[in-house]
Design a protein around this ligand. Sequence first.
Ligand code: F6R
Ligand code: MG
Ligand code: MG
Length: 373
Amino acid sequence: MRVTLSVIKADVGGYVGHSSMHQGLIERAAEVLGGARDRGLIYDFRVLNVGDDLELIMTHGRGVDSPEVHALAWQAFEAATAVAKSLKLYGAGQDLLSDAFSGNVRGLGPGCAELSFEERRSEPVIVFMADKTSAGSAFNLPLYRIFADPFNTAGLVISEALNSGFDFEVHDVIEHKKVVFSCPEELYALLAFIGSPLRYAVKAVYSRGTGEVAAVSSTERLSLIAGRYVGKDDPVLIVRAQGEFPAVGEILEAFSHPHLVEGWMRGSHYGPLMPVGFGDARCTRFDGPPRLVAAGFQVAEGKLIGPVDLFGDPAFERARELALVVADYLRRHGPFEPHRLPMEEMEYTTLPRLMQKLKDRWLPIDTPVPTGD
Ligand code: F6R
Ligand code: MG
Ligand code: MG
């Protein structure tokens, strides 16, 4: 059976501030998706959240970029926005950048990751959802570890099903170009680009053994779409597991190191990406630290069996502890780089307006300073 898994997300109102999600939004979105399931438009769905982001996880038979499925997601976001407005939640409707839906959510504000596959005898998938960060920042390093680093993924060395390697599709999110690197042969070239994750983001990974899609991330850059800072992209990533793909545990292992990502406080600070259970998907301290949840599913005849809260496990305590130590260390830098993003990367934050306001205060360096005599 051919199944498409679509994860479409948006921030349509935070509770309280940008920290978390009101249950009313989840319930309203679930009502809209429930109606669509009853009508046969989609096979199944779950509505989850990470921080202030509403996550629609849907299975259906309509392929990627289906206008009907995207319209459904848009309707669910609009319905949740109405609830957010009635409760005066913070930033109600903020990621719905257009009044008019035109067949696809891409370019209109929401983030989107979708993949289609012939359902295997058993089909384990993991949906990663992050708040206060961007796709390249959150996922380039772990995707490299999962699909190209034998020190993370034992199967690359000892499983025949994996050792033909993986193709990485990398997007230049500024110039809208893409390139595919075949690994392990092109590992160094891959790293030369994805080590700059604000510009180059891994969009998808494919098994070289079977050509099957292994992972897809949402690479929409909200600020580039809006032309100004309206919030971080807060990306999602879908990864298929087991058999010809890395094991669930090899995929999760890549997140045992809370690497630094951009997006903390005002989208302008680096912080550690902290893997947390669903109950801790709440961005509190300094609007963070950036968080990641992992929802594990078995897909069965198009139905979503799950989720399992994969980071809600003591095995990730040490990653969280390290993230908190790193958070303390970085916070002591206050407004100084490298806690704060470098100037060039602040282009789509609130800083440029302040710079504009102060621009006439700058004088040539040899201007005499009034001394008072
Ligand atoms: C939102 C975010 C937050 C906000 C901050 C200020 O994605 O990262 O840190 O930028 O709470 O929000 P405003 O400007 O809406 O008061
Ligand atoms: Mg928000
Ligand atoms: Mg968010």
